[in-house]
Design a binder for this molecule. Structure first.
Ligand SMILES: [Zn+2]
Length: 313
C-alpha cells in the first residue's frame, strides 16, 4: 500500500505507523508485521527479530532450543559510559534473550536441521563469546546427529566490549564449520540486513551455500570508511546483496516470503531427500535469477544503515 508521506513527526499516531527506512512511505504497523517486516511499497526488508525469524522459517512447534544457559561475562571490566556487565543485564531484561544468538534443532518443510539465528536487538547482534560458543556447539551437534546446518546472520560485527575474545570467535566459528565440512555436513548461511564486520568475515561467508535477502547490507568495513580510505566514489549498490550476487560473492537472493520454501528445497537436496516429496502440494520457490529480477529494492540510506551498525567492527 502506498501511503503519502506525513509532513511532521507529530502527524504520526504513536506506535501505529512505521516509516520505511528506504522509501520513506508510512506503513501501517499491523499490516507491516503481517508482511513480516517488508515494506509494501518498495520491498525493503527490515531487520527481523530472532523469534519472528524462527516462527517464519521453521515448521510450527518444531523448534527445540538448546544451550539457553550460556551467558557472557565482562572479562575485561569494559566500560563505555555504561559498564559492559550492566549493559548485559539491562539488554537481557529488555530483550528477554540471553545473548545475540538463538540455537537449536528444527524442521524446515519436514527436513530436520541444526539452526542458529542472530538477534540484532541484542547489542546490535554483535558476536562475542556466547555467539561463538553456540555456533561451535551447534556444529558439533550437527556432526554428531548428521544434520545440515542453517545459520541466519544479522550483525554489526564482533562485540568490542569483549576485545580479543570477540575476535577469537571468528577463528572458532570457522573452525567449527570446517569440522562440518570434513564430516560431509552441508552448511547454509543466510545473510540478512545488516551483516557486517567480523560476522561477514567469518562464519557467514564460509558456509557451502550463501543466501542473502534482497537489499541487505553485507560487508566488512562500512561504505563511508572505504570511500574515505580509498578516496574514490563507490559504485552504485555497493555492498548490497544484488551487487554481491553480480560479483559472485553470494550464491542467490531469496525474498523473505519465499525463504522457507527455498530452504526446505535446498535442505531436501542437501540431505538426499526427494524434493518433490518434501514439496508435495507446497509452492516451490522460484529460480534465483527470477528472484533477483523481481526484487525491486532501492539502496537504503547508507547513513541510516551505518548509524544502526556503527557498533562493534
Ligand atoms: Zn519502502
Amino acid at each position: 500500500m502506498a501511503w503519502a508521506r506525513f509532513g511532521k513527526k507529530k502527524d504520526m499516531p504513536g506506535g501505529l505507523w512505521i516509516k520505511c527506512e528506504s522509501c520513506g512511505a508510512m506503513l501501517f504497523r499491523k499490516e507491516f508485521e503481517q508482511r513480516h517486516r517488508v515494506c509494501g511499497t518498495c520491498g525493503y526488508h527490515f531487520t527481523l527479530p530472532a523469534r519472528e525469524r524462527i516462527a517464519l522459517t521453521v515448521d510450527p512447534g518444531s523448534f527445540e532450543e538448546r544451550w539457553t544457559n550460556l551467558v557472557a561475562q565482562d572479562l575485561l571490566g569494559f566500560n563505555d559510559r555504561v559498564p559492559y556487565g550492566e549493559k548485559l543485564v539491562a539488554t537481557r531484561a529488555k530483550t528477554g534473550e540471553a545473548d545475540a544468538m538463538v540455537t537449536g534443532k528444527a524442521l524446515v518443510k519436514g527436513v530436520p536441521c541444526a539452526l542458529g539465528v542472530m538477534n540484532f536487538q541484542f547489542l546490535g547482534g554483535s558476536m562475542g563469546m556466547v555467539v561463538g560458543e553456540k555456533i561451535a556447539l551447534l556444529c558439533e551437534f550437527a556432526v554428531e546427529q548428521k544434520l545440515p546446518v542453517v545459520l541466519f546472520a544479522c550483525s554489526g560485527g564482533a562485540r568490542m566490549h569483549e576485545g580479543a575474545v570477540s575476535l577469537m570467535q571468528m577463528a572458532k566459528t570457522c573452525g567449527a564449520l570446517q569440522r562440518c565440512n570434513a564430516a560431509g555436513i552441508p552448511t547454509i548461511s543466510v545473510m540478512t540486513h545488516p551483516t557486517t564486520g567480523g560476522v561477514t568475515a567469518s562464519f557467514a561467508s564460509v558456509c557451502d551455500l550463501l543466501i542473502a535477502e534482497p537489499g541487505a547490507l553485507i560487508g566488512f568495513a562500512g561504505p563511508r570508511v572505504i570511500a574515505t580510505t580509498i578516496k574514490k566514489e563507490l559504485p552504485k549498490g555497493f555492498q548490497r546483496s544484488e551487487f554481491l550476487l553480480e560479483k559472485g560473492q553470494i550464491d542467490r537472493i531469496v525474498p523473505r516470503s519465499q525463504l522457507r520454501d527455498e530452504l526446505g528445497r535446498l535442505l531436501a537436496y542437501a540431505t538426499g531427500r526427494d524434493p518433490v516429496a518434501v514439496f508435495k502440494a507446497q509452492p516451490v520457490a522460484v529460480e534465483a535469477e527470477a528472484v533477483v529480477a523481481a526484487a525491486v529494492v532501492p539502496p537504503a540510506d547508507e547513513a541510516k544503515a551505518k548509524k544502526k551498525t556503527k557498533a562493534k567492527k
